[in-house]
Design a protein around this ligand. Structure first.
Ligand SMILES: Cc1cc2nc3c(=O)[nH]c(=O)nc-3n(C[C@H](O)[C@H](O)[C@H](O)COP(=O)(O)OP(=O)(O)OC[C@H]3O[C@@H](n4cnc5c(N)ncnc54)[C@H](O)[C@@H]3O)c2cc1C
Length: 407
């Protein structure tokens, strides 16, 4: 059956998931309109690690080769014990050469990717991205969805065949679709501190991605390009429940956190600092009739392991393939239920399970359990077979394989 005349998918949110999903739909000949509440691509200092599985998907869209020179290629990641200042284990993606098409992760900030996708591909016709357009309501019938949009000239209602909510953790689309967001919020928050100081000069054991375990206060440390030569190191620490945001953001406290892990004479310069809540939640369904959810609107997790955006992009690609078939009349719309089954499985069994385990590993206080965890990690990394299996899982290839087996 031919594409229905004037068929259109509305994607809500021009974050990384919305933009990739829209591009993938458009490449399959589906007209897409993206509504983004912000007046321009938001500068979000959040995701920065793109895993090999996601690089393969972006490559199918012609994006990967364009962004590799703009980011930083990260071949290895290391787990450190802060107490003894030693490297517990290194996982090196060189071992995956021949199996992964891109045997590395790309350190590339999400805001750069979303801005470049909007600038390069959105054309105002079949792939139309409208900034300053906030979706404020939805009503669906058996054959369409009416989307209420607030824009500077006043409110409008746009009729769509399907709506995809890629509008983040506080998703308006999810709320209007009446979908529950099940899970929990951690009592502690995380603080992210970016410094242009070259932290590698303080610790010869650093690579571009580092996880420091500490029974009192763990830290993740990553390098990104930032906007200036020399790049930025981004450190993430937990902020315990008893500590207010105001205290955590105090310059003296920021300095204290950095100095504890990376002692040096003189103060650190900082570029940006944010405190944010941390959630482990998955939507009860990724589909409610003609409304679908992808990315953070469908699942939230702590950022240890860099899985939120990657898993979200995997949703967007999976959904675009299926929805294009439905819209082109090549499949029944029950195929969209398969999207829900496959991607909910990946979110719950992999991303939630792995990120919760990652956080436990970082913060373990019991010295005996810590030692046992380190021994296991070391053993896993030292054996090429178990190391490969670990890296397949961490790069989300296992989640894709298992989800694809669901019918
Ligand atoms: C510190 C930190 C580090 C992280 N690091 C990583 C990492 O390295 N790798 C990784 O995979 N993940 C990481 N994540 C998670 C990652 O940032 C998110 O999973 C990702 O941003 C989700 O993308 P999204 O497009 O679903 O949602 P968002 O990025 O939240 O985008 C949603 C968009 O929707 C828009 N919007 C919202 N409401 C409306 C509305 N009503 N109408 C129109 N537009 C609307 C918003 O303005 C926004 O542009 C990290 C998170 C944090 C906090």
């Amino acid at each position: 059956m031919a594409l229905k005349k004037n068929a259109r998918v509305v994607v809500v949110g021009a974050g990384p998931v919305g933009m990739v999903c829209a591009l993938a739909l458009n490449r399959r000949g589906v007209p897409v309109t993206v509504f983004e509440a912000e007046p321009e691509p938001p500068v979000e200092q959040r995701a920065a690690t793109i895993h090999p599985s996601t690089l393969e998907m972006l490559d199918e869209l012609g994006v990967t080769q364009k962004i590799i020179p703009l980011g930083m290629v990260s071949t290895a990641y290391r787990f450190h014990d802060r107490v003894t200042n030693t490297v517990v284990a290194e996982f090196n993606l060189d071992l995956m050469k021949g199996e992964f098409r891109f045997p590395f992760a790309l350190q590339y900030e999400q805001y750069k990717m979303t801005a470049s996708l909007a600038a390069e591909y959105a054309n105002g016709g079949d792939f139309d991205v409208r900034f300053s357009h906030a979706v404020t309501g939805l009503t669906q019938t058996a054959d369409h969805v009416d989307v209420e949009v607030s824009m500077p000239e006043g409110p409008i209602t746009v009729r769509a065949d399907y709506v995809i909510g890629c509008d983040g953790g506080r998703s308006t689309v999810r709320k209007f679709a009446g979908v529950e967001f099940e899970g929990f919020t951690y009592p502690e928050r995380f603080i992210k501190i970016a410094t242009p100081f070259d932290v590698a000069t303080l610790n010869p054991n650093l690579v571009l991605r580092n996880y420091f375990s500490d029974p009192n206060e763990w830290c993740n440390l990553f390098k990104v390009r930032g906007e200036e030569p020399g790049g930025l190191w981004r450190a993430i620490f937990p902020v315990q429940e008893r500590e207010s945001d105001e205290t955590a953001l105090d310059p003296g406290r920021i300095e204290e956190r950095l100095q504890k892990f990376f002692p040096k004479p003189g103060r650190f310069e900082t570029k940006y600092v944010n405190v944010y809540g941390v959630h482990q939640r998955v939507a009860s369904s990724f589909r409610a009739g003609r409304v679908l959810l992808a990315g953070d609107s469908a699942h939230l997790n702590n950022p240890i392991g860099g899985m939120g955006m990657n898993g979200g992009i995997h949703d967007g690609i999976n959904l675009a393939e299926k929805l294009a078939k439905v819209i082109h009349g090549e499949a029944n719309d029950s195929l969209l239920d398969l999207y829900d089954r496959q991607r909910r499985h990946a979110a719950v069994k992999y991303v939630q399970a792995q990120t919760i385990a990652n956080k436990r590993l970082m913060e373990e206080r019991d010295l005996v359990v810590r030692r046992k965890n380190f021994d296991e990690l070391r053993k896993t990394a030292d054996n090429p077979e178990t190391a490969r299996s670990y890296m397949r899982r961490a790069a989300l290839f296992d989640s894709l394989r298992d989800a694809a087996a669901i019918t």
